[in-house]
Design a protein around this ligand. Structure first.
Ligand code: FPP
Ligand code: MG
Ligand code: MG
Length: 323
């Protein structure tokens, strides 16, 4: 592995800072109210994971224009944030990024409209990049929505629960993260085999990202979100699915608590306590770590250098994140 390079790191930092300014501009609207509501979640922070992936992948080959990198990153982050406005309505989430969600602050209608507004801004930005980008963005949007619909509908007749869960998170999270790595490759003119490897890496690291997000929903009180949201909604994530597949007599109470949606806060707390101490949490963490290695494996096709090393380092950071 090459040593971290100060110039490379400084370049990435400069791009992320420039993207931050342009994101706020892209979310500016005709009225102060809409601007405030649209900038609300952006101003609250966030990891900017998708912009980072665009920037890193854009450095696999020389020649990417700064402006194209920034616009590609903005499209990904605006689409992501737009989906969060809608997601918090559907999940009735009150807190996001440590601040009140848009729906809890302004109501569902404003939250949905602001999500649409941000998606419109992502669309006008992607149009400046070209039709290949528009096509991938549109296909990704269709997958996001279908993943969300599949999650909402739940299991269909005869479907394997773990397969259903993995398909849902591939569509609702993996797709946009894969589009981010591919956008980065596109702006630096990466050849088709590298774009394919970036897509495979992005899908897998996206799964790792969502699996660890779902673990944090159980394990962390410091994620900036309310713990136990999936339990309240009755959405079974990996630890609950592993529990159902291997439960013993001792698990009767936890199985009962995790069988469907919970609206009693004492029961949510009880389920969280039991799950946090259960072996299925370690089994789920092991699966996350295994998949992070699968993601890393796809990088072997990429040219060696700082960009590839940074994408490799992200595998560990995403698998073992604490927020
Ligand atoms: C978060 O999942 C939600 C998503 C990753 C995407 C949901 C997709 C949509 C709402 C459709 C897309 C709409 C637009 C306008 C682009 P989660 O609830 O498991 O995660 P959380 O813990 O962050 O709430
Ligand atoms: Mg949610
Ligand atoms: Mg959701």
């Amino acid at each position: 592995m090459t040593q971290p390079d100060a110039d490379f790191e400084a370049f990435v930092r400069r791009r992320i800072d420039a993207i931050e300014l342009r994101l706020a501009e892209a979310a500016a609207a005709q009225t102060a109210f809409t601007s405030d509501a649209a900038q609300h979640l952006l101003a609250a922070g966030g990891k900017r994971f998708r912009p980072l992936l665009v920037v890193l992948a854009s450095q696999l080959y020389a020649g990417a224009e700064d402006s194209a990198i920034d616009r590609a990153a903005i499209v990904m982050e605006l689409t992501h944030v737009a989906s969060l406005y809608h997601d918090d309505v559907m999940d009735e989430a009150e807190v996001r990024r440590g601040v009140p969600s848009a729906n809890s602050r302004w109501g569902n209608t404003v939250a949905i409209m602001v999500g649409d507004f941000l998606f419109a801004r992502a669309s006008s930005t992607v149009a400046t990049l070209g039709t290949d980008y528009v096509m991938l963005q549109a296909e990704t949007f269709a997958r996001l929505v279908q993943g969300q619909i599949a999650e909402t509908r739940g299991l269909t007749e005869g479907e394997d629960p773990l397969r259903h869960y993995l398909d849902v998170i591939a569509d609702k999270t993996g797709s946009l993260i894969a589009a981010s790595t591919v956008f980065g490759g596109m702006v630096c003119g990466a050849p088709p085999e590298v774009l394919s490897a970036l897509a495979a890496y992005g899908e897998e690291i996206g799964l790792v990202f969502q699996l660890s997000d779902d673990l944090l929903d159980i394990a962390s009180d410091a994620s900036g979100k309310t713990p136990g949201t999936d339990l309240r909604e009755g959405v079974p994530t990996l630890p609950v699915l592993l529990l159902r597949a291997s439960a013993t007599d001792e698990d009767a109470r936890l199985l009962e608590l995790t069988a469907g949606p919970l609206d009693d806060e004492a029961e949510v707390a009880e389920a969280l306590t039991l799950l946090r101490a259960h072996r299925v949490m370690d089994e789920a963490r092991a699966e996350v770590a295994r998949r992070a290695e699968v993601a890393r494996g796809y990088l072997s096709v990429l040219p060696q250098g700082h960009a590839r090393d940074a994408l490799s380092a992200l595998c560990d950071q995403v698998a073992f994140r604490s927020a």
